[in-house]
Ligand binder design. Sequence first.
Ligand code: ADP
Length: 447
Amino acid sequence: MFKKVLIANRGEIALRIHRACKEMGIATVAVHSTADENAMHVRLADESVCVGPPAPKDSYLDIPAIISAAEITGADAIHPGYGFLSENARFADIIEAHNITFIGPRAEHIRVMGDKIAAKEAVGKAGIPLVPGSKGELKSIDEARAAAEKIGYPVLVKAASGGGGRGMKLAPTANDIEEAVSTAKTESKAAFGDDAVYLEKYLTLPRHIEIQIIADAHGNVVQLGERDCSLQRRHQKVLEEALSPALTNDERVKIGETVRKAIESLGYLGAGTIEFLYENGEFYFIEMNTRLQVEHPITEQVTNIDIVREQINVAAGNKLSFTQDDISFHGHSMECRINAEHPKTFAPSPGKITSFHAPGGPGVRFDSAIYTGYSIPPYYDSMIGKLVVWADNRELCIARLRRALSEMAIAGIETTIPLFIDLVENPQFQAGDYNIHWLEKWLAEKA
Ligand code: ADP
C-alpha cells in the first residue's frame, strides 16, 4: 500500500480523499494556491505545498508544480479528485514517468473516453447502446445536413472534446443546422482548442441515468448500480438520487450487466461512470467519465462501499475487496449540491462565511470544506458542500432531506439552500416524475 498520497485538488473532494487515506493509515500531502492558504484541505493534511497563484492554470492545473510537490514530499501516489487534472491523460503519463502512481484509470482509457467520438465507437463495439448519430466527426456542412436528414430532426450538435455542457447546440429543423454546427465549432475551439463536432438525435424528454463501476488490475469489474441525475440546470446536475425512481428492477439488472461486461472487455482500471439518457425504456450512452464523480456518495450510501478507499486499493495493485455477488442495494439516498450562489439569479456569491451550522443526525452526511470565518475565494467552482441523506425508502429520504435542510445555516453569503427547501415540497419531485428539462421549467415558473 502507498505510504503518502498527494491530493491534487481542493475543497470538499480534497477532504474526502484525505479522509479515505487517513482511515487506511496513509499520510497526505495537500497542494494549494496562494488563495487557499487557509483552506480546510490544507489544515487537515499532514503536509502542504503552495503550487502557485490563484488562477487554476498557474496552480491546480500546473503539472510541473504538482509533480515537484510530489517529489519534494516523497509522495508515492497522486489522487486527482474530479475536475482540474483528473481527466488529463498527459498528466497520468507524466506521473507514471516519475515512478509515482496515478490513482485513476490507465492513460489510454482517459484518452479514448475524453474524445466523445472515439468513446462512442469503443463502447458501441463493447455492446453498450448508443444515441443514434453521425458516423464520427462531421467534415462539412453537407455531411452534417445528410446525417441530420438520416437521423431525423431535432438533432444536437456536440463537441468531441466537450464537457460541462459547452459546445452543444440544438438544431430543431433543417433551417438551423448550419448555424448550430458553426456555433458549436466556435465554442468548442475557444473552450477546448478543438473544433471537431458530431451529431446526435436529440432526445426530447429523457432522464439522465448513470452507472457506477469499479475495476481492479486482475480483470474484476463490479457495477454499483445507477444514479438518477436528471435534475439539471444548464446541463449541470443540481440534485441526484440513487437508485432511480424510474427504473424497474429488471431494467436495472439488465443495464448493469451490459455495462459490467463492456467495461470488462475494455480492460478498464479504477472507478468510472457510464452516462446514459433513458427514454421510453431504452438506454442511450452519452459519455464515460474516467474519474471519481461529485455525486459518488449517494452510491456509497446505498451500497455501503467506500468508493475512494477502493480506488486507492486497486491503484495499489490489490484486488477489489468485494465481488458482484456481495453488492446489494438498500434504502434510498439523495444529494443536494449546495452552491455559493444567489438561489434565484444563480449569481456567484463568494465572500466570508460569518457563521455556519452543519446539519446532522441519523442518515445525514455533509461533505464540505467550509467553516465559520472561511472566505470563499472567487476563483473556483461555486459548489461549497454536498448534503447527502440516506433513509430506508424514498419517502423517508425526502422527509429526512427536508429536516436536514431546515437545520443547516450558512450566513454571510448567498447559497442555493432555499432552492432545495422549495424543491422538496413539489409534488412532482416527490413523485419522482421528472426528466432533464423539468427543473429549468420549474425554476422559470417560480421566477
Ligand atoms: P458534457 O460532457 O458537456 O456534460 P454530455 O454528453 O454528458 O455533455 O451531456 C450533458 C447533458 O446534455 C445531458 O445530461 C443531457 O441533459 C444533455 N444531452 C446530451 N446529449 C443529449 C441528446 N442526444 N439529447 C438530449 N439531451 C442531451
